[in-house]
Write a protein that binds this ligand. Structure first.
Ligand SMILES: CCCCCCCC(=O)SCCNC(=O)CCNC(=O)[C@H](O)C(C)(C)COP(=O)(O)OP(=O)(O)OC[C@H]1O[C@@H](n2cnc3c(N)ncnc32)[C@H](O)[C@@H]1OP(=O)(O)O
Length: 161
């Protein structure tokens, strides 16, 4: 994706999103949510009140120990989910710090439910938390992160020159 395409999608991404709405992917090749990334998680995320929710099944592409999701893959999904809170807060930000607690193994081929919320905002700083639970409601992982808001020129650093 070039700079013009990325910026063109910006206003659409950060427009107000109704409760219950399916939120747009960060971009089409995003590792967490891009529908066109063959290695990606293809996360589908909805606004639920002041939270964002997703359901996810890890597969063989995400394997760590046999039959169990790689911890980095779990962190990817949690980090990407945090990126959806930005549609509720209204502007771009990036992960400055991410902490993940792995409470129990994440089993491939199993449905998990994820939810994320903003704890507080202080100037450019956005403190967020998320949890991932099995269908019975038991916690399998949780995360806390600090996002820092950036302006759109931040993303110029990755654009082709
Ligand atoms: C479009 C959205 C897509 C979302 C996709 C999903 C999420 C992602 O994967 S994002 C990708 C991964 N993250 C990145 O690539 C970010 C890389 N890091 C950076 O670019 C920079 O460090 C960046 C922009 C975050 C911050 O840089 P910079 O603005 O220079 O920060 P800096 O001035 O050091 O700190 C800003 C403030 O935060 C504070 N701060 C920094 N780190 C911490 C911390 N760990 N705890 C508390 N405060 C902190 C600083 O003290 C400072 O506070 P103040 O303004 O009061 O002095």
């Amino acid at each position: 994706m070039n700079r013009e395409e990325f910026l063109a999608s910006w206003n659409e991404k950060f427009r107000p999103q109704e409760d219950g709405a399916q939120l747009p992917p960060h971009h089409h090749h995003c590792l967490g949510c891009g529908p066109d990334n063959p290695h990606g998680h293809h996360l589908t995320v909805h606004r639920r009140g002041e939270e964002v929710h997703a359901t996810h099944i890890f597969d063989e592409r995400h394997v760590g120990a046999p039959g169990i999701a790689h911890g980095g893959a779990v962190a990817t999904v949690l980090d990407d989910l945090f990126g959806y809170l930005l549609y509720l807060t209204g502007g771009p930000a990036v992960t400055r710090q991410l902490e993940v607690l792995y409470a129990s193994p994440v089993i491939l081929g199993t449905t998990y439910r994820l939810a994320a919320r903003v704890l507080r905002a202080e100037g450019r700083k956005l403190y967020v938390e998320a949890d991932m639970r099995d269908v019975e409601g038991s916690l399998v992982a949780s995360a806390a992160a600090l996002f820092l808001s950036v302006d759109v020129t931040h993303f110029d650093q990755g654009m082709p020159r």
